[in-house]
Design a protein around this ligand. Sequence first.
Ligand SMILES: [Zn+2]
Length: 167
Amino acid sequence: MFKYCPECKHETISFVNAHYLTCTECDFLYYHNAAAAVAVIIKYRDEILLTVRAKEPGLGKLDLPGGFVDHNETLEAALIREVQEELSLTITPSQLRYFTSEPNTYQFKNILYNTIDALFTVELESKPETFCEQSEIKNILWIKKSELNVNDLAFTSTKAAMKKYLK
Ligand SMILES: [Zn+2]
């Protein structure tokens, strides 16, 4: 991940268990902790809303709306923001139900991030108009629960959560 210690500039830095950076020359220590992320299963009758990823990782694969939680942001606020950004769909905190959490790994520009994904559900009374305005999403699909293949999902966390949800 790094060749030189950012503190003492020696080539004495090591990345232990892909979790922390430590230097044997000085007392530099940096924890590459799990990042918080959110995703939502949006349901209308027997259909679930899925997005098609336009970027790596998981280019062309199915995904759930969601993303990384910003600093000083709640899980709920992050999810509402991401759904607005990705789908132009407004959801309220009272519509959100916490469902489960799953760990995930996310490879981005040669760095492996470990995330902890919090999954929520939203049940809609009517099918909303959605607009795919984001460069990260190629398409928005409604797929019947009975026709959804969990292996078409991009990430291990969403695969596991969806398996649990469809049971
Ligand atoms: Zn050092």
